[in-house]
Design a protein around this ligand. Structure first.
Ligand SMILES: [Zn+2]
Length: 269
């Protein structure tokens, strides 16, 4: 599932492409992906323009000139493509937005959604999310406060969107590896030094993942060399049995409440 760096990569690449030009048409191939009748969706969007794209956790907010916004969550399997009717992927898109000849394709939105909302509705919907790990206001002290009183296992907390927004299975494991801490550790047993290390690893790993375009497989557009560049830089995630890049021991895979956990049991304690 795309996480903070993947959505941030989409945001950066899409802003110069979709913000400004008029939306000339929409197509909805799966009504369940949107939250109103497709005729209504089309009536509001056609002739409208996107003015900005914001990100909150794993969501993108496409702000519209009329004051409303499109709230996107890709969930599992969703991805975006920017092309034309002659340069598109050979698979169905659940929704498309056309900007003249260019088209933004929303693919794989079986679980995900694209909802047209007023700003207040969106704010209410996102109000339960935890803080943004890369926000300037999110300091080591604030992270330490979050950890205080939190029970349970580290990985479970890191992927809990109500506790901290934007991190999922992949980056939780990568952050723990970078910090040298096992994702299966119990939070009350973490030392202050480990908490500080986790904070800094979170900053480093997420920023590096954004810099290299996240791990999405499909490029956003033909010739896109940024998207997916971090995939080969993942150190432990989905690398069961491969040698740890630090010590050479085989990366171990375990399960934690039906989530996969990847770690080096030699480097991480
Ligand atoms: Zn190792």
């Amino acid at each position: 599932m795309p996480e903070l760096p993947e959505m941030e990569t989409y945001r950066t690449l899409l802003v110069p492409r979709v913000c400004g030009p008029e939306i000339t048409a929409t197509q909805v191939n799966r009504e369940k992906t949107i939250n109103l009748a497709s005729e209504e969706f089309s009536r509001i969007l056609a002739g409208n323009r996107l003015t900005a794209i914001e990100r909150r956790g794993k969501h993108l907010l496409f702000l519209l000139q009329n004051g409303q916004l499109l709230l996107l969550h890709l969930m599992l399997g969703g991805f975006l493509y920017w092309g034309t009717s002659t340069d598109k992927l050979d698979r169905t898109a659940q929704v498309t937005l056309s900007f003249g000849e260019h088209i933004l394709y929303f693919h794989g939105l079986r679980l995900g959604y694209l909802h047209l909302l007023d700003k207040d509705e969106a704010a209410r919907k996102l109000s339960a999310l935890g803080p943004e790990p890369l926000a300037p206001a999110f300091t080591p002290a604030q992270f330490a406060r979050l950890l205080t009183g939190k029970r349970g296992v580290l990985k479970t907390a890191l992927v809990d969107q109500h506790w901290l927004a934007g991190i999922g299975n992949c980056y939780a494991d990568e952050i723990c590896f970078h910090a040298g801490i096992l994702p299966t550790r119990k939070i009350p047993e973490l030392t202050d030094a480990e908490s500080t290390r986790l904070y800094h690893s979170m900053q480093t790993v997420l920023q590096e993942a954004i810099k290299y375009g996240g791990y999405m497989e499909t490029p956003l557009y033909r010739g896109d060399l940024l998207t997916g560049g971090f995939d080969k830089r993942c150190q432990v995630y989905d690398r069961e049995g491969e040698p740890c890049p630090q010590c050479g021991h085989a990366i171990a895979k375990s399960e934690l409440s039906s989530r996969k956990v990847f770690a080096c049991t030699n480097c991480q304690t």
